[in-house]
Design a binder for this molecule. Structure first.
Ligand SMILES: C[S@@+](CC[C@H](N)C(=O)[O-])C[C@H]1O[C@@H](n2cnc3c(N)ncnc32)[C@H](O)[C@@H]1O
Length: 242
């Protein structure tokens, strides 16, 4: 397995590092709920990568069939446990690399793919794959942290300091907002977006998840009233495939 992929896998197998930041999962889940508010049901839905599954599982009452994919065995374990807790039954979990799933063209009415562009080795291939497996007229919910935004640049600067100090060995991909939007808009149209920040940089440990949730919502509002968007390097997009 390639070096970068192995580093990502090891990081996420140790689930508590990411899941400890669950205010962000809560915000993502709420934004997905808001984006889907005007839709009744979806026949086939994919959440890839799913992490602990909470984002799609909490919206599963609208999904006739839900497939959740992640290459971390421990994340898939969390997903199964959460599905049981939430009593969601119509799911299929697949422990696999995104590029080894072999879904057919136009397989899904809705594809949710959050928290992956910073980690995948080939972002262009991921965009092509996500669009390929979405039905024409189907929806894609995508997230990116913009490396061309001043706050995104601060995040990369902070990561570099951590690496220099030996506190991290991992390098996040730099994905410019302009590039990602241009690539998606070749085959989709933009229906909605939510701009915010998911990183408290070196201050994260100072606040509880509840506090970080409240502060983020206070600064950026909710999906229907997204405030201070210029400050947000993170965007959750709702695209519709042409
Ligand atoms: C930041 S988390 C996002 C999880 C979830 N979508 C969320 O927003 O909470 C990234 C997830 O991607 C998974 N992942 C990273 N690279 C992957 C790949 N190549 N194939 C499958 N899963 C991958 C990790 O195991 C991890 O669970």
């Amino acid at each position: 397995m390639e070096q970068k992929k192995q580093a990502v896998k090891s990081f996420y197998e140790n689930t508590h590092t990411y899941l400890g930041q669950d205010y962000n999962i809560r915000i993502r889940s709420e934004i997905v709920t808001a984006f889907l508010a005007d839709y009744d049901t979806f026949d086939s839905v994919l959440d890839m990568p799913c992490g602990n599954g909470m984002i799609s599982l909490q919206n599963a009452s609208k999904f006739n069939a839900l497939t959740l994919v992640d290459f971390s065995k421990n994340m898939i374990k969390e997903t199964k446990a959460n599905a049981q807790k939430l009593m969601v039954e119509n799911i299929q979990t697949i422990c696999s690399d995104i590029f080894q799933t072999n879904f057919s063209d136009n397989a899904f009415d809705l594809v949710i793919s959050l928290g992956i562009f910073a980690h995948i080795e080939n972002p262009q291939r991921l965009i092509d794959e996500l669009i390929r497996i979405t039905k024409p007229g189907g929806l894609l919910i995508i997230q990116n942290t913009a490396s061309d935004h001043f706050y995104g640049k601060l995040i990369h600067f902070y990561q570099r300091i951590k690496r220099k100090a030996g506190k991290s060995t991992y390098t996040l991909n730099k994905i410019p907002r302009k590039w990602l939007e241009k690539e998606f808009l070749k085959e989709t149209k933009l229906l909605n977006r939510y701009d915010y920040n998911q990183s408290f940089l070196g201050f994260s440990k100072l606040f509880s998840n509840e506090k970080k949730y409240t502060l983020t919502k206070k600064l950026f509002g909710d999906a229907m009233n997204n405030k201070n968007r210029w400050l947000g390097s993170d965007t959750i997009y709702l695209f519709q495939k042409n």
